[in-house]
Design a protein around this ligand. Sequence first.
Ligand SMILES: Nc1ccn([C@@H]2O[C@H](COP(=O)(O)O)[C@@H](O)[C@H]2O)c(=O)n1
Ligand SMILES: C[C@@]1(CO)OP(=O)(O)OP(=O)(O)OC[C@H]1O
Length: 158
Amino acid sequence: MFRIGQGYDVHRLVEGRPLILGGVMLPFDKGLLGHSDADALLHAITDAVLGAAALGDIGRLFPDTDPAFEGADSRVLLREAVARVNAAGWRVVNVDATLIAQAPRLAPFIDAMRANIAEDLGIDAGSVNVKGKTNEKLGYLGRQEAIEAQAVCLIQKA
Ligand SMILES: Nc1ccn([C@@H]2O[C@H](COP(=O)(O)O)[C@@H](O)[C@H]2O)c(=O)n1
Ligand SMILES: C[C@@]1(CO)OP(=O)(O)OP(=O)(O)OC[C@H]1O
């Protein structure tokens, strides 16, 4: 039996924060604001994985009011979500995600993100796809005020 899940996240770009996407620190003059490390890509994937198994969402598992998750490494949160999905009898088949970032250019970092995500999901990097898009300079994404991520995930009953 197969199930699909979908995830979305957006975080504001601000000065004085590191830019971390897919567990990779990117050289950029701004970073994403959040209670955790604000890795929007991993948050969208976490929600897609949880969604596929009908296990709620990232904020329910890891509330942004809990000091335990302040500055949290989102890879740790993703791994915990995957552990819960596995414990419910599912394994992740593949993930496809899109990052909408007017800047910086993501292409040089995509394979490093895929490797991290694959490791956290317990699958081959060949089953993880990450795509970068600009927002054609339109709206708050186009003005570099935020970065958005969207993801889908397929799971199979183990
Ligand atoms: N932050 C980004 C955005 C895009 N790319 C790459 O450029 C291609 C064209 O993007 P458009 O938004 O102009 O359609 C896209 O397919 C990516 O390969 C990128 O590396 N980083
Ligand atoms: C990850 C968590 C928890 O630290 O906080 P944020 O980094 O603010 O991220 P968000 O995507 O808003 O929601 C999930 C949170 O509860």
